[in-house]
Design a protein around this ligand. Structure first.
Ligand code: SF4
Length: 366
């Protein structure tokens, strides 16, 4: 705990806040890419400590939030099938599909299990050779290496009753899509430190150059976030747009070569649909040809399921930074963490859940 407490030190935080105020001469809007950063910003009230006009836009980097409704419906269709053990991390069980969620399938007798690692699902497959075991593989570059390793092991060990429902997405194409949106207000990015700890930083200087935006790799504790904001504001004020690494205790430029090699072996880049944003070309991974037989979509014939997003939920606008969560009419009323209408209220990393949990409900009542 001491290690974490050091990065929440209130005196140091106050000094960083003072430095941000001292260097700021005009309004700026920057996006924190990751939901973990959003959670930290709202939990600690960091956005309320910034100079007036310095705005944090909450980006799309929450893996549960950006998983499209269509994939949830595919997961539900697979989990309902007899003889299937459907495995997932716990936060996906309450994400609503078009009609139900994985919890309701479990309560109706489906074999839906929460696991803490994809390798746990592989163990279940070995222990239940008469069942089909499926793991729900969602998320960014952070969760993908473990899923890739699991499929690699399934192939190596000849475990054919295991498959992966893949919905992996990539951060750099999303940054490009946000910058190319005609409604974009983002002038800088706090990049996600854990993504860069896997993938390194090489993909970001070309984005900073192409779009003229500072990109500062940032961690998740309050001092990490404040230091990322401080460096970003300095770049903006000086008219620079460079990549900076403000999270060197976890991120090196070359990333994790072993994880990247595993990813290149098991996955290949594909177009992906992001919840609320739509299709972004070459923004995700699918299983490569060598591992295609472990693809759950093909194995359970759910590739033809296509679902439109709910018209009621404005999470797409939240994920693009066009509105704050409390500006959605359903926030805190029809939509709460107990009864979520959209994925950004389900996940603890979702911007709507963060606003609801950390006191922003008064924004609705005022
Ligand atoms: S408050 Fe609920 S309905 Fe509104 S955008 Fe967030 S998740 Fe969707």
């Amino acid at each position: 705990m001491r290690y974490l407490d050091e990065f929440s030190d209130p005196d140091l935080a106050g000094k960083l806040v003072d430095q941000i105020h001292a260097v700021t001469t005009q309004p700026w809007a920057m996006m924190e890419v990751c939901g973990g950063q959003t959670h930290s910003i709202i939990r600690h009230g960091i956005d309320q400590l910034l100079p007036e006009g310095v705005e944090m836009i909450h980006g799309p980097g929450c893996p549960v939030c950006v998983t499209p409704l269509e994939i949830i419906d595919k997961a539900l269709a697979i989990a309902e099938q007899p003889g299937v053990i459907f495995c997932s991390f716990g936060d996906m069980l309450r994400v609503p599909g078009s009609g139900k969620d994985l919890f309701s399938i479990k309560s109706a007798g489906g074999d839906v299990r929460v696991v803490y690692s994809p390798l746990d699902a592989l163990t279940l497959a070995r222990e239940n050779p008469d069942k089909q075991v499926v793991f729900f593989g969602i998320g960014f570059e952070t969760t993908a290496p473990a899923n890739a390793m699991t499929v690699y092991q399934a192939k190596r060990l000849g475990i054919e009753n295991f498959s992966l429902l893949v919905s992996h997405v990539l951060v750099p194409p999303a940054v490009a899509a946000i910058m190319e949106s005609p409604t974009c207000r983002v002038q800088a990015f706090l990049a996600a430190g854990h993504v860069c700890s896997v993938m390194g930083t090489a993909e970001y200087p070309p984005l900073a150059e192409r779009y003229g935006v500072p990109i500062v790799v940032t961690g998740f504790e309050p001092l990490d976030i404040l230091e990322g904001i401080r460096r970003t504001v300095i770049q903006l004020e000086e008219g620079r747009h460079e990549l900076e690494n403000a999270y060197p205790r976890a991120v090196v430029a070359e990333g994790n070569p072993a994880a990247m090699a595993m990813l290149r072996d098991v996955f290949e880049v594909t177009d992906r649909t992001w919840r609320g944003i739509g299709m972004i070309p070459e923004s995700g991974w699918r299983l490569s040809e060598r591992y295609a037989r472990f693809d759950a979509e093909e194995r359970f014939s759910v590739t033809d399921i296509h679902t439109d997003e709910s018209a009621l939920c404005r999470s797409g606008e939240v994920l693009q930074g066009l509105i704050k969560p409390h500006e959605c009419a359903a926030f805190g009323k029809e939509c709460t963490p107990r009864n979520p209408l959209g994925a950004t209220m389900v996940s603890s990393e979702g911007a709507c859940a963060a606003y609801f949990t950390y006191r922003r409900l008064e924004l609705v009542e005022s």
